[in-house]
Design a protein around this ligand. Structure first.
Ligand code: ADP
Ligand code: MG
Length: 320
């Protein structure tokens, strides 16, 4: 069974209000987003800043509620989970965020940070919690002595290890990792990614892994979703998305990555007015656009059992 499933989820945010607070303008952070994460699976999420990646993560974590659509945990809608079932969901779906600085309370020692979830859900003495903290620190590659430290005494990479220890403390099934390495030095980024991969092998955790780093997403993901302006425009196995790229936006994203070896020049910005609902949001930037993209551009084509693309004129397989 799938751990988490999104069915046609929409989420808008008000971006402009009148003097009296009436919403004048909204932005669609998520539009028609369907997605699932299975047990032990890593689903990578890529797309430029503002495309809705964090909103997707927050919906899965129940930090934001969808305007439309359904969010299921093990087949049940999370808005309808009560008591023990909701608690079970909250324990099993954890998060690691980009900035450990803001996600770790600066006044708490590491042992308390790491065992917060445990102490909320179970009864343990302080000595027992400290013991558990030391064990968790060992798992994330930090010495036991770190349990007495405060966040400001740690480097960025060490803080993120503490954030990971906190996330795994309740043995979750799924971790939503929202750009977990973006705030770190390049040299430390790989260590954190490796740690997360090791933990997955040991503990069978699933990841929704949101990242700017395409090479990282390509290497660690079983499946990848590509987002553009709130829509999932391409979805497939890591190989399908990166080596059999079908959506012109995915191609643009990959070719914009330094060292990708792909040409950028094929995709100039063409300019165009406002987006119309059924028209593809990528239309203004797309060189593969055809007149039909204006009216049918949002249709989803299925290229294989696992490969889907929201484009009516995808890149043909020979040219990818
Ligand atoms: P990403 O993580 O891909 O950069 P986000 O999910 O953070 O994108 O944001 C998607 C869009 O929704 C952006 O235009 C952003 O400005 C907007 N947005 C996100 N959260 C809020 C909020 N709480 N209020 C208003 N707008 C928001
Ligand atoms: Mg974000």
């Amino acid at each position: 069974m799938k751990l988490v499933t999104l069915e046609r989820v929409y989420k808008q945010f008000p971006v402009k209000r009148s003097f009296l607070g009436k919403v004048l303008e909204r932005i669609s952070a998520l539009s028609d987003v369907s997605l699932s994460v299975g047990k032990g699976e890593t689903v990578g999420v890529i797309g430029e800043s503002g495309c809705g990646k964090s909103t997707l993560g927050k919906i899965i974590l129940d930090i934001e509620k969808p305007d439309r659509g359904r969010v299921l945990y093990k087949g049940k809608e999370i808005s309808e989970l009560k008591g023990k079932e909701y608690k079970d969901y909250r324990m099993n779906v954890q998060a690691v965020f980009q900035n450990p600085q803001s996600s770790l309370n600066p006044r708490w020692q590491v042992w308390k940070l790491v065992t917060e979830g445990i102490s909320i859900n179970f009864r343990y003495s302080k000595a027992e919690l400290k013991e558990k903290a030391e064990e968790l620190l060992r798992v994330v590659g930090l010495p036991p002595s770190f349990s007495e430290k405060y966040p400001h005494q740690l480097s960025g990479g060490q803080k993120q290890r503490v954030a990971v220890a906190r996330a795994i403390a309740l043995k979750p099934e799924l971790i939503v990792a929202d750009e977990p390495t973006s705030a770190l030095d390049v040299s430390v980024q790989a260590q954190i990614v490796n740690l997360m991969v090791e933990l997955q092998e040991e503990l069978g955790i699933s990841y929704l892994f949101i990242s700017h780093s395409l090479p990282v997403v390509e290497s660690i993901s079983d499946r990848v979703v590509v987002m553009y302006r709130g829509f999932i425009v391409e979805e497939g196995t890591s190989r399908e998305v990166f080596s059999e790229t079908a959506h012109p936006y995915t191609e643009l994203l990959i070719s914009s990555t330094p060292l990708s070896g792909r040409k950028v020049s094929r995709f100039p910005y063409l300019g165009e007015g406002h987006a119309v609902f059924s028209r593809c949001p990528f239309y203004p930037r797309c060189t593969r656009r055809v007149p039909e993209c204006r009216s049918y551009g949002m249709q989803v084509l299925r290229l294989s059992e696992t490969h889907k693309v929201r484009c009516i004129n995808p890149i043909p397989s020979g040219q990818r």
